[in-house]
Design a protein around this ligand. Structure first.
Ligand code: NAD
Length: 229
């Protein structure tokens, strides 16, 4: 099997898969680490779409256990099973994404939260720091163990249903890229790598934050029983 991880560009990946298709044995499985491009479109560049699937490692891949195995429209069940099995043997925690939807599962969840966080910040409900704390000191901790659905089970589905009745209508449902984010990027504030985004970072701050992230992630993983060797 081959796992491709070149730049996130559909045409480039299609050209690469065409090369793989010509160069690899006919029974070889071809997987893409794309974060959200269509697996069906990538597989369409080959003559073996049944043997093509997504295999999305989450960043940083040496620490984060999640691997999303994504079926394109023509991916065979056996291909998906093989990638789930290989991920497990690598010590990962794979999930099967049964349908090739944009963003798969992980990024859909992540970006639903980001859209609401940007909306809260833009409308002045809370500061960036307080919005981050609302997640890191609250639901984020529970999600790390339980995920959103088991969290709802523990809270009581009747209670969660009552909340959806008044809250869903008020949540951000924008369909365009958020102007707040576009404006930051336009002003060169593309995040920690650029010295600033929602917060400011010196090169030293960035190094410290990354080290702290890895230290805390390893601590979480040890407690949860999924720490890498
Ligand atoms: N960065 C992340 O957090 C992350 C997380 C999960 C998945 N991914 C996915 O992994 C892939 C790579 O992401 P990245 O952040 O490392 O991108 P990147 O642009 O930083 O790196 C891509 C690498 O691919 C190389 N490359 C480009 N075209 C090539 C070709 N034709 N042949 C050989 N090498 C080629 C480039 O030289 C570069 O080293 C993307 O599909 C991305 O969506 C990234």
């Amino acid at each position: 099997m081959v796992v491709e991880a070149i730049s996130e560009d559909l045409e480039l990946k299609q050209r690469m898969f065409q090369c793989f298709d010509e160069a690899c044995p006919a029974r070889a499985v071809l997987a893409s680490n794309t974060s959200g491009l269509s697996i069906t479109a990538i597989a369409g560049a080959t003559k073996r779409p049944k043997l093509v699937a997504g295999m999305h490692f989450w960043n940083p891949p040496h620490l984060i256990p999640l691997v999303e195995v994504i079926k394109g429209r023509q991916t065979a069940d056996a291909t998906a099973r093989l990638l789930v099995d290989v991920s497990r043997r690598l010590g990962k925690r794979p999930i099967l994404v049964r349908r090739d939807v944009p963003g798969f599962v992980g990024n859909r969840l992540q970006f639903a939260v980001l859209r609401e966080a940007l909306h809260l910040l833009d409308s002045g409900v809370a500061s960036a720091e307080d919005i981050d704390t609302a997640m890191t000191a609250g639901p984020g901790i529970r999600y790390g163990l339980l995920g959103p659905l088991r969290t709802a089970d523990l809270g009581g589905l009747d209670v969660f249903l009552a909340i959806t009745k008044y809250l869903f209508a008020d949540l951000c449902a924008d369909r365009e890229p958020p102007p707040l984010l576009a404006d930051l990027v336009r002003r060169g504030r593309a995040g920690a790598k650029a010295g600033g985004g929602f917060y400011d970072y010196s090169p030293r701050d960035r190094k410290k934050l990354l080290a702290e992230r890895d230290r805390v992630l390893l601590g979480f993983l040890r407690v949860l029983g999924g720490a890498p060797e």
